[in-house]
Write a protein that binds this ligand. Structure first.
Ligand SMILES: Cc1cc2nc3c(=O)[nH]c(=O)nc-3n(C[C@H](O)[C@H](O)[C@H](O)COP(=O)(O)O)c2cc1C
Length: 291
């Protein structure tokens, strides 16, 4: 399917789209803007978004999503937005109720509209929200972490006996070994220190060959998703231990239908918070160089 064409009957040659095109494939023609090299279009939608008469046609995109831009006066005010950002906390106590499917879909929409390098939009989303599957994922995750903890401890033991160097990745994770073992023990007593009994887990994954900025794309989308969750009265906690385990294990990816070649840069659990904070928190001052 063609990527881009200009409806010549609509185009008034106002030229607004020409400087907007990142790829420089729009030129002034005789009666309408001319697309010089349609295959280079990255489908960013800027030409259509800026056109007063909606002349650009992008048949691969959903035209109904090109809705009117909200008025700037309706944007959140800067101080309100900063308070909203600051009010987000990592939630580690959740109510026992599940999250409505519509809310999870809204959170995914928030990810979908995040910017991606080259507009490549390579992200995939995996949502685990049925109790049985979540249990299976949690158990596998805890088992993998437990085994990794044993590997780390073994490497340090060997090092003390033979002087054999401990791999860098293990040195960095030495502190986690005892924590990971304890987490599995606590789960045996019904205490979930991995997903905190949250009713859903969301993982973002991407084929690194199909993205020029996989980690950044995933981070940007994930933050938009976490903030969207806040507006839906939900809370999230990013889940680095899941990310670590799933990227290490083919079997783990397999039970989640995540292709082996995909990387999982970020994941979070989501649910209704069972905690109410009384105040915002402090952070280190920003380290800024002004020139
Ligand atoms: C990439 C990333 C991974 C994280 N992984 C975990 C995790 O596995 N378990 C956990 O309890 N918190 C995790 N967190 C949450 C951080 O501990 C938390 O963001 C930090 O302590 C600041 O607290 P706040 O989110 O409430 O502002 C993670 C955060 C990020 C950004």
């Amino acid at each position: 399917m063609e990527k881009i064409r200009i409806d010549e009957k609509k185009c008034t040659l106002c030229g607004l789209c020409i400087p907007e095109c990142l790829r420089g494939i729009l030129q002034e023609g005789k009666e309408a803007v001319h697309v010089t090299n349609p295959k280079y279009c990255i489908l960013c939608g800027h030409c259509k978004a800026v056109c007063p008469v909606d002349a650009p046609e992008l048949p691969r995109l959903d035209a109904s999503e090109f809705e009117p831009v909200p008025e700037r006066e309706n944007y959140p005010k800067a101080d309100e937005l900063l308070s909203f950002f600051r009010a987000r906390r990592s939630i580690r106590q959740f109510e026992k109720r599940s999250v409505e499917r519509e809310k999870l879909e809204k959170i995914i929409q928030a990810g979908r509209f995040a910017p991606t390098g080259g507009n490549l939009q390579g992200l995939h989303y995996t949502v685990v929200h049925t109790p049985d599957k979540l249990s299976e994922v949690r158990d596998m995750n805890l088992d993998l972490l437990y085994r990794k903890a044993e590997d780390i401890e073994r490497a340090f033991e060997q090092n003390s006996q033979t002087g054999e160097p401990v791999p860098q990745a293990y040195q960095e994770r030495k502190l986690y070994a005892s924590l990971w073992k304890a987490m599995k023990g606590l789960m045996g007593k019904g205490i979930d220190k991995l997903f905190y009994h949250a009713p859903a887990l969301v993982a973002l994954h991407v084929d690194p060959a199909k993205s020029t900025s996989a980690m950044v794309d995933a981070g940007l989308a994930a933050m938009q998703m976490a903030l969207m969750a806040e507006t839906l009265e939900l809370g999230t906690c990013f889940c680095g231990f899941f990310v670590f385990a799933v990227n290490e294990s083919k079997e783990f990816k397999k039970i989640l239908d995540i292709p082996e070649k995909h990387i999982v840069p970020v994941s979070f659990v989501v649910g209704y918070p069972d905690v109410k904070y009384q105040r915002l928190v402090s952070r280190n001052p920003a380290r800024v160089n002004w020139f």
